[in-house]
Design a protein around this ligand. Structure first.
Ligand code: GA4
Length: 328
């Protein structure tokens, strides 16, 4: 077998087969958040894929556009100026390095702390007032979408009270994170049949993640058995929701935390915003009793969100983070 070295520009970044039209996931479940059938549709999508698209969400296009315009301006600054907003850990600007355990991707990003419904005051990045204002407007709106989705989910699961799930992300001290990702194009690989990994395969540790991107594709999800990767057609007017590891545990595996990744486009840049809804650090993460059938036992040993987060941050991106909490 001939092993080819990566072209120098993408040195250290794993390559993926470039997606083609046949990889397109035409069957992505679409949930109309304004429809009475939303609760059932959400539960169905979470059971089948751990992933769905949300339309009729009520967020104004202007809110999304303003945040995107400001993000594009931020990433257009010189590298030296952007580096002044770093490092990314615990919060700030990062480039190519994801996490602290050696993962690399063809991207730059801002990792930001959210407190209640806006950027945390303790997080001084980004500094520009216009960018902060645009992000705060967006975060308030996307968080409302997350809450409506979690309420509909609780309804669909037959949980009471109505905020059984959503309270976990709205309570004082809930651990919310916001991420702005910029995947520059990678023309060096054009025509070679392969693409740089933008963000390697992983599941999200939180309860849910709500993503919005510009019109550039790149997001892929693994279908249930993990054997097939499909490309999610981009839709700048919609939100995409992922089930995270914590929600998988709360439902005792009924909902699946979806494995996903991003493949870099060779010509167009991709900008995405992701809101990660996590519970307060002391929240106990265990299957909700109402969701356990008669005699059904938890598949996981008990842990708090603080314990899970600590363990997760020690893992590599592609690791199965929940495995160490599974009952043998
Ligand atoms: C994946 C989901 C979120 O982007 C994130 C990521 C975090 C990071 O970028 O620091 C992690 C990753 C994410 C899971 C495993 C650890 C931590 C990188 C990594 C290798 C902000 C999160 O909460 O977990």
């Amino acid at each position: 077998m001939v092993v080819l070295a990566n072209p120098p520009v993408v040195d250290q970044i794993p390559l993926l087969r470039s997606p083609g039209p046949r990889d397109s996931f035409a069957a992505v479940p679409v949930v109309d958040l304004s429809s009475p059938g939303a609760a059932r549709a959400i539960v169905d999508a979470c059971e089948r894929f751990g992933f769905f698209k949300v339309v009729n969400h009520g967020v104004a296009a202007g809110t999304m556009d303003r945040a995107e315009t400001e993000a594009v301006k931020f990433f257009a600054q010189t590298q030296a100026d952007k580096d002044r907003a770093g490092p990314a850990y615990p919060f700030g600007y990062g480039s190519k390095r994801i996490g602290i355990n050696g993962d690399m991707g063809w991207l730059e990003y801002l990792l930001l702390a959210v407190d209640s419904a806006s950027l945390s005051d303790a997080c001084t990045v980004p500094a520009a007032a216009a960018f902060r204002a645009a992000l705060n407007e967006y975060i308030a709106a996307v968080r409302k979408v997350a809450v409506r989705v979690l309420e509909a989910m609780a309804d669909g699961l037959g949980l009471a009270p109505a905020d059984a799930l959503s309270a976990m992300v709205t309570e004082q001290g809930s651990d919310q994170v916001f991420r702005v990702n910029h995947y520059p194009p990678c023309p060096a690989l054009q025509g070679l049949g392969c693409s740089a990994t933008g963000f390697g395969e992983h599941t999200d540790p939180q309860l849910i993640s709500v993503l919005r991107s510009n019109g550039t594709s790149g997001l892929q999800i693994a279908l249930r058995d993990g054997a097939q990767w499909v490309s999610v057609p981009s839709d700048r007017d919609a939100f995409f929701v992922n089930v995270g590891d914590s929600l998988q545990v709360l439902t005792n595996g009924r909902f699946r935390s979806v494995k996903h990744r991003v493949v870099t486009n060779s010509l167009k840049s991709r900008v995405s915003f992701i809101y990660f809804g996590g519970p307060p650090l002391a929240q106990r993460i265990a299957p909700l009793p109402e969701l356990l059938g008669e005699g059904e036992e938890s598949l996981y040993r008990e842990f708090t969100w603080a314990e899970y987060k600590k363990a997760a941050y020690k893992t590599r991106l592609g690791d199965n983070r929940l495995a160490q909490f599974e009952k043998k």
